[in-house]
Design a protein around this ligand. Sequence first.
Ligand code: OAD
Length: 253
Amino acid sequence: MPDQAQIQQAADWIKASAKIAVLTGAGASKESGVPTFRDAMDGLWAKYNPEQLATPQAFQENPKLVWDWYEFRREMVRQANPNPGHLALAELERRYPTMRVITQNVDDLHERAGSKNVIHLHGNIAQSKCFFDCQGSPTLVDVSALVWDKTSGPPPCPNCGRWVRPDVVWFYEQLPTDQLDAAMAFGTVCDLMLVIGTSGLVTPAASLPGYAKQGGAKIIEVNPDHSMITRIADLKLTGTSAEILSRVVEALD
Ligand code: OAD
């Protein structure tokens, strides 16, 4: 648990920064009840095999299995609420409107907490699109407007009749170019990057703190454990997103 001097250090660096970037990962949503991927006990990849659930090939081989797994996760996100960490980041953005959240999370908990400037590197689990992007990338499909036999898996695309899939980035896929470009553009010029709840194992997101640091930014990490980002962090606040970020925002006053 960080002492008050470390929390104050973080608050002072925030106050002294003109451009604040915040990179979040699954840990930021954990206290909302949305599991992380790699936590040993309850991470999704401890229970499920990503090769069977989160690759284009997996979907082509078993669209129903993959669709149903994402339906289960969608429902979990629908029932979740922003936690004090999300709320603290939204408050930070109100005070520093140039701040940008860059998230690897596919939930909308930052937005529901009040964050406006959110870059989604890995897509949005609430949305669906044509597997073949038949009308251009992305061909979003509003599945709530479709009627189909839900026990059979994903609905057919209303444009081409082929599959609809979740609008998330799977392994072996490119990130959405506009979101990645925006993250790179801001991440390389920010003066401070808060890195919250990510293992730092998945690139290109995991490269952003390194680019920020090369550009002269300070790095503050919030994570209860060690991560791949820890060694480049100028300040490591060991603890959870909800507890640490609330204290940092309090220390701004
Ligand atoms: P991981 O599951 O790899 O890492 C979660 C991190 O959150 C770990 O470092 C934990 O120590 C930390 N953590 C756990 N509880 C926390 C809490 N309450 N507050 C703060 N931190 C906490 O998740 P990501 O790094 O987000 O990609 O994973 C990156 C990508 O890998 C995901 O976006 C997903 C996955 O495969 C795709 O689906 C493309």
